[in-house]
Design a binder for this molecule. Structure first.
Ligand SMILES: [Zn+2]
Length: 462
């Protein structure tokens, strides 16, 4: 009687009944870096324009996922988080301070000795300990703050290679993030690592930026004799097709990968990397945890270039659609969220037919379009930034040009992040647990619960 009532209540609330479906064998977590609500809405409008439907705003693929939550992102020491703190909360369930990579908030930034024993166990470490395969895919350097918080621990996000590691930190026993990925990875190592940042893995005389002479690519190959190391789109697609590589390391550029709109033929798209990662991870029958970051949404926003930020969101959307085609949702949880928002403003009274990346066109009292005017009689733009490198008024350059800048109210060389909440979309096994307004650390607990991974100790013992 009581059970029946609870079941009725659960169904009425749209939640799946307790049981097998609530558990996910695998997880694909997409993180849009800097993808707040305004960014999603503007990307949806841009997608309509690119399809040739100027007023169109059909939902993106990830917006069709049935379960949603609103996520708070403030870090332990800042109202507006950086990616290191925000991703640490998602990966470890602990709210830490800006600049720290999967170490606790008591650690001072840059203090190597103080970070000893303060490493927080990440979702990928817990997954590896449970025998799952793991992977990280990103459009940034694979050692950049967001992907790093999935597998490394550092009191300073900037320590990506030994060239950035201060002498004192080196003496105190800290290893740079690239070295951790190869030499001290979670479990037996991530099965899939795809992105940019090759220079942090190679010595300077072999095209890298390492000063210690280490060749971390050679070290990875020695550690994983059957693994595939690839540096081009073609080699990645071949490794995914080949059907026997159970591990792949793909480093497709010395630095970040190109923005999708500038992408050279030799670099894979985020959707192609996602598809390849899932093909390799599917060769591990016990399940997997894959983190996919669309890292350059944030870089577009930092530059005041909403065209590049929003087209990166559309590249993320293609990657989500590719994942939804590739996985079986009855056993895989798919979650799409952001580490933090940006300071993009989507405002004014633009008509549906108005340009999106330029000056607003409004509808007059006669219903006819006319240039929008601000209180001072001058035009205004539909999109703009609270902070950034753009002009105070108007637009610099044209959408698609590298120097395209939308206006910023407060001048800053790099636009700052936004402190507003971010969306979360979930579908598949265990997705019904995501609802309400929750903190980022709670997202971590829900992900772990969906996978049935308990964390006996919050620290990783490092
Ligand atoms: Zn950023």
């Amino acid at each position: 009687m009581r059970r029946a009532w609870l079941l009725t209540l659960a169904l009425a609330l749209g939640a799946a009944p307790a049981g097998a479906a609530e558990r996910a064998r695998s997880l694909v977590l997409f993180v849009g870096d800097g993808m707040g609500f305004a960014t999603v809405a503007a990307a949806r409008a841009l997608a309509g324009r690119l399809r040739g439907e100027p007023g169109g705003d059909r939902p993106l693929a990830f917006e069709r996922l049935p379960h949603t939550a609103i996520v708070r992102t403030a870090s332990a020491d800042a109202l507006v988080p950086d990616s290191a703190a925000a991703m640490t909360a998602l990966m470890t369930g602990v709210r830490t301070r800006n600049g720290l990579v999967a170490v606790g908030p008591e650690v001072r930034r840059g203090d190597c000795a103080g970070a000893r024993g303060r490493a927080l166990r990440t979702l990928l470490e817990a997954a590896e300990a449970a025998g799952l395969a793991t992977g990280v895919v990103t459009t940034t350097r694979v050692t950049h703050a967001t992907p790093a918080a999935a597998y490394a621990h550092a009191p300073e996000r900037g320590w990506e290679s030994d060239a950035e590691l201060p002498e004192a930190a080196r003496r105190a026993g800290c290893a740079d993030i690239a070295r951790q990925l190869v030499e001290r990875p979670p479990g037996d190592g991530l099965e899939v690592v795809l992105g940019g940042g090759r220079a942090a893995f190679l010595p300077w005389d072999r095209g890298g930026r390492r000063l210690d002479g280490r060749d971390l690519v050679a070290a990875w190959r020695a550690r994983h004799p059957g693994g595939a190391y690839v540096t081009t789109r073609g080699a990645l697609l071949a490794a995914a097709r080949a059907g026997d590589a159970r591990r792949v390391l793909g480093l497709f550029a010395p630095d970040h990968l190109a923005f999708e709109v500038d992408r050279p033929a030799g670099q894979p798209s985020l959707a192609e990397m996602t598809r390849a990662a899932l093909a390799v991870l599917a060769r591990h029958p016990r399940g997997h945890v894959l983190v996919v970051e669309a890292g350059r949404i944030d870089h577009g926003h930092h530059a005041g270039d909403a065209f590049r930020a929003l087209t990166e969101v559309l590249a993320l959307d293609e990657a989500v659609a590719a994942a939804l085609e590739a996985v079986r949702l009855e056993r895989t949880l798919v979650v799409v969220t952001a580490d933090h928002a940006s300071a993009l403003a989507f405002a004014g009274w633009p008509a549906r037919s108005s340009p999106l990346l330029g000056e607003a066109v409004e509808l007059g009292p006669d219903g006819l379009p006319r240039p929008g005017r601000a209180a001072d009689g001058r035009p205004y733009t539909v999109l703009g930034y609270a902070t950034g490198p753009g002009p105070a008024r108007g637009v610099r350059g044209r959408p698609g040009e590298p120097g395209f800048r939308l206006p910023a109210r407060v001048p800053m060389a790099h636009g700052a992040h936004g402190g507003a909440d971010v969306p979360l979309y979930a579908g598949g096994a265990g997705a019904a647990r995501f609802h309400g307004a929750i903190a980022q650390a709670e997202v971590h607990r829900l992900l772990r619960a969906a996978l049935g991974l308990d964390a006996p100790s919050p620290t990783s013992g490092r």
